[in-house]
Design a protein around this ligand. Structure first.
Ligand code: IPD
Ligand code: CA
Ligand code: CA
Length: 291
């Protein structure tokens, strides 16, 4: 009994230490995101060169690369013991804290002039995401979370949602070109099912902002396929701390950390959406990898 109590005490101290660390890491993530806001706001709606990555739908601008560089420099300055997993610069470094960085999530919107894009930064310790920020510098909406809570600017977030599909709005990027490539007509059939069963289905073009919308109670659900961890890591924690639910689907190792699951859906508090769950489950099971 005494041993058990001692063990429990150690666990409590460890958890308290992690909570304190998560608060500090949120501070670093927030500073790094705010630190690139001016340069991105200035670049937005200016003429910019676009390069292509996977295909014509997958673009990158000089501003994505510059912002990631600034974010990484700031993080490594404050937390040298870090691994960086960035969309533009890949994985580098060694350390206790792993950072997932998407310098601009919603690059197609950013490059075209549509004000739906954000900076997304998350920090994980032992694969557990403990701090995250999703920052929309145009609207000045800073969504953030650590192990003590979730906020938009300094207001606590509550993921209120319709309990049923008929009253719910989905925000997602589905179906994107890659979904049609992966699933063929099944993607269009799935889209039709969602349109028929939900009150509204919207395509915003930023996975991180979609999750933030659900966390804020501004939308009821989101979903995605073939996602990358920098798209969702921060949003998962923000949604979870706001009371929402994120379900990831993995193809291989069942112990894959949630932020590395390729397919997912996410809903607000107390929401049960059978059509959404069945669409993701079915498509995820039949998904094909694409080049
Ligand atoms: C993309 C956006 C989009 C999602 C894609 C992402 P990017 O990120 O989040 O909504 O459907 O899977 O790659 O390229 O704009 O950073
Ligand atoms: Ca992204
Ligand atoms: Ca990006």
């Amino acid at each position: 009994m005494a041993g058990l109590l001692a063990g429990e005490l150690v666990n409590t101290v460890l958890e308290d230490t992690l909570v304190a660390e998560s608060v500090a890491l949120r501070g670093t993530a927030v500073a790094a995101a705010r630190g690139v806001a001016d340069q991105l706001r200035r670049a937005f709606r200016t003429q910019m060169q676009v390069d292509f990555k996977r295909d014509m739908h997958d673009i990158v601008t000089v501003h994505d690369k510059a912002a990631e560089k600034s974010i990484v420099a700031r993080i490594l300055d404050e937390v040298p013991d870090s691994v960086i997993i960035g969309e533009e610069g890949g994985t580098r470094g060694e350390g206790r804290v792993t950072w997932y960085i998407d310098p601009i999530d919603g690059t197609s919107n950013f490059a075209r002039g549509i004000a739906l894009w954000c900076v997304s930064i998350a920090a994980a310790i032992d694969t557990r995401v403990v701090a995250g920020v999703v920052y929309d510098p145009v609207a000045d909406n800073l969504f953030s979370a650590d192990l003590t809570g979730a906020w938009r600017n300094d207001q606590p977030l509550h993921a209120v949602a319709s309990p049923v599909e008929a009253g719910a709005t989905i925000v997602s990027s589905f179906p994107a070109a890659i979904d049609v490539k992966m699933f063929g007509d099944d993607a269009l059939q799935a889209h039709r099912l969602l349109l028929e069963n939900f009150q509204a289905v919207r395509n915003l073009g930023s996975g991180a902002l979609n999750l933030a919308h659900v966390a804020a109670g501004w939308a009821d659900a989101t979903m995605g396929f073939a996602t990358s961890p920098w798209d969702v890591a921060a949003g998962i924690l923000i949604l979870h701390q706001a009371g929402g639910r994120y379900r990831g689907y993995v193809q291989g190792d069942p112990y894959t950390p949630l932020q590395h699951a390729e397919d997912y859906f996410a809903v607000g508090r107390d929401a049960q959406y059978p059509t959404l769950e069945s669409v993701i489950e079915t498509l995820s099971r039949t998904r094909r990898s694409v080049d």
